[in-house]
Design a protein around this ligand. Structure first.
Ligand SMILES: Cc1cc2nc3c(=O)[nH]c(=O)nc-3n(C[C@H](O)[C@H](O)[C@H](O)COP(=O)(O)O)c2cc1C
Ligand code: SF4
Length: 406
């Protein structure tokens, strides 16, 4: 039997095969963040498709930490009934699920959160959202740690099998870890250890409430690729070691940044037309120029985070490694696992195009995924359209009321 279809434990959770659905913002919640039937249907389908473990799209832990409208919220008890139905729908179809918790920090807009976004420091205006953030106070940081804990309590109450924390993707934890975004000189910045403090406190707070055996997996950034130095692999290796010391149950290996060159996070074709379509009129020229500059730079040439996973392996020992980014060939997936470079094959875009991909691979029907990394699905989030494979282009729907007002 192929190693891809062998079981593997993540803490007390038995995962039936080595395929993991990577966090994928669905843009399927209500404008306030409540789960919809459409969202539940998406995850039921993935569970039916025999994905071993599903990591949901990012769920906002705090009202000021929302990244986009139509992002699922977990920052209020009011969301619990929908979140319960979501977990139930996955379990009914023999799937397993980790809820992904995120605070966007500065990586959002005032149109989404109703006020100026805040991050670790009041640094440069970014070229994507054109936001110059304000600096979070100590008290606000403490409140955010508590928000993660409360969100984790809600996730477990809703029936999630465990928690996934994104410390990557340029969101708040990533911002604190990175010397590019974090220029503080208090206890939350200045040294690698101080920059790690937010993540450490969140992990401790979440672990406090997790039932025994329920896994906590953290997605880390191994290379920010920001215009000035951010997180680099050496620093990420320290983060990974500290996370293992804190007793986390898995590490997802990622890289890249959204605000300064979003293509570093996914590689492939630059979907300029689809992304610009969703911007308010006054931002369109900036978005067009910024997007055009990225074209041709980052073609998808295989699993780009593999060298980082190889470097992390000796650091994390037996802690499961989840490799994401550019995994497209079944033979290569097998050999990565056989060589011990990673324990799980994690994919995002391939499952948007083929939710039944795992079943097809099991039946020997495919050796290569069908997704062509055209990245038009990314335009869905910017346009607040439900995630789907839009390889033939996005529908020419007008952006929502709120984006027009931005
Ligand atoms: C449309 C889209 C939405 C995404 N949303 C999330 C998300 O909510 N959380 C997350 O951790 N990563 C998110 N990502 C990043 C993916 O999880 C993954 O790291 C990246 O796409 C590379 O994997 P792939 O080559 O298999 O697509 C998203 C990527 C895409 C294309
Ligand atoms: S639109 Fe479809 S083919 Fe293009 S990247 Fe997204 S899932 Fe893949």
């Amino acid at each position: 039997m192929s190693i891809l279809f062998t079981e593997k434990q993540v803490a007390g959770l038995t995962v039936k095969n080595r395929f993991v659905h990577s966090g994928t913002g669905e843009s399927m919640a209500t404008d306030q963040g409540a789960v919809t039937d459409r969202l539940i249907k998406r995850y039921k389908t993935l569970a039916k498709g025999e994905v071993g473990l599903i990591v949901t799209g990012y769920m906002s832990v705090h009202p000021l930490g929302r990244a986009t409208l139509r992002q699922t919220g977990i920052h209020s008890d009011a969301f619990l009934p929908g979140l319960e139905k979501l977990a139930q729908g996955i379990h009914d179809n023999n799937g397993r699920v980790l809820f992904q918790l995120v605070h966007a920090g500065r990586q959002t807009t005032s149109a989404v959160i109703g006020e100026k976004p805040a991050g670790p420091s009041a640094t440069d205006r970014d070229p994507t959202y054109l936001v110059k953030p304000r600096m979070l106070t100590h008290q606000e940081i403490v409140e955010i740690i508590d928000a993660y804990k409360k969100a984790a309590i809600r996730a477990m109450a809703a029936g999630a099998d465990g928690i996934h924390i994104s410390a990557a993707g340029g969101y708040l934890i990533n911002q604190f870890l990175s010397p590019f975004y974090n220029q503080r000189d208090d206890e939350w910045g200045g040294t690698t250890l101080n920059r790690f403090r937010l993540l450490r406190e969140i992990v401790i707070a979440v672990k406090e409430i997790l039932p025994s055996g329920a896994p906590l997996v953290v997605k880390i950034n191994t290379d920010d690729q920001t215009p000035r130095p951010g997180i680099i692999l050496d620093e990420a290796m320290e983060h990974a070691k500290w996370l293992v010391d804190l007793g986390i149950d898995g590490i997802e290996v990622a890289s890249g940044n959204l605000l300064y060159n979003h293509m570093t996070m996914w590689h492939g074709e630059v979907p300029t037309k689809e992304i610009v379509q969703g911007f308010p009129t006054w931002k369109k020229p900036f978005a067009w120029v910024a997007s055009k500059r990225m074209e041709g730079q980052l073609a998808l040439q295989g699993p780009w985070n593999l060298p980082a996973a190889q470097a992390l392996r000796p650091v994390v020992g037996d802690t499961p490694l989840f490799l994401v980014g550019g995994l497209r060939e079944v033979g290569q997936m097998e050999s990565i696992l056989e060589q011990g470079h990673a324990d799980f094959i994690q994919m995002c875009r391939p499952f948007i195009r083929e939710p039944f991909l795992v079943k097809k691979i099991k039946a020997g029907k495919v050796t290569q995924v069908a997704c062509t990394s055209c990245n038009r699905c990314l335009g869905a989030i910017v346009n607040q359209m439900p995630i789907a494979c839009y390889r033939n282009g996005l529908p020419a729907t007008a952006p929502s009321e709120i984006l027009r007002r931005a």
